[in-house]
Design a protein around this ligand. Sequence first.
Ligand code: BTN
Length: 255
Amino acid sequence: DDDSDTRTFWSRLDVVQETGSTNADLLARAASSDCDRHVLLAEFQGSGRGRHSRAWVSPPQAQIAVSALLTMPGMSLQDMGWLPLLTGVAVVDALRATAKVPAELKWPNDVLIDGRKVAGILAEVSATAPDPAVVVGIGLNVSLTRDELPVEHATSLVLEGAEVSDRDTLVRAVLRAIADRWRQWHDSNWDVTELAAAYRERCGTLGQRVRAELPGGRELIGIATDVDAEGRVVIAPDGQPGTVAVAAGDITHLR
Ligand code: BTN
């Protein structure tokens, strides 16, 4: 069945009551050889990490904080860059199918419902593992109330009227979706065509007017026209000919 598929893919699932950061914990494990496909879930994180060195804060019981370690012998850094995007596709699929909410992606891998952020993903590459290894961490707001939301523009599954908000069910759905996408990508010999198409289909950034804050403090405003084969968002800047492919940075959807 679906659950046994998930169990054969993931080699270990640990649940801890409290830790600093599940991403940090799995990165610390990455140097040992038998850590491939470990999953770590924490009921509470004291120092959860977000993208761009931000903190990820969430009340206990109301969220899911889970990380997974994937090693990819022989994979190029460029291909590894698709892993956070793959994870975003998987979270969107799991939420649509299980919670029945209209989740979509904001480039690169924020998960939004109706423009508000319900989940964030942080991928970190291990500097110590013998084989290329990535930890993908997912923070999902499950039952936060309006008062508990950490920032404006955030939401939770319960606030969005999700049909299912049982955390075990949601975690299983997310892990199964990651495993499914991973296998599909593996079986295509790491061809990104299908994955990129799935990503574009779920990406609410495409066609939007956006502001991109680029590393180094530069800013770009224009229409997001595509996500290219390297996972970069392609922007047609206002008042300029041509397009710019953005590999890293923060995007805001302008309305
Ligand atoms: C973002 O900034 O949107 C990414 C947030 C990622 C949070 C998750 S919670 C589980 C894992 N452990 C961490 O310390 N961060 C990620």
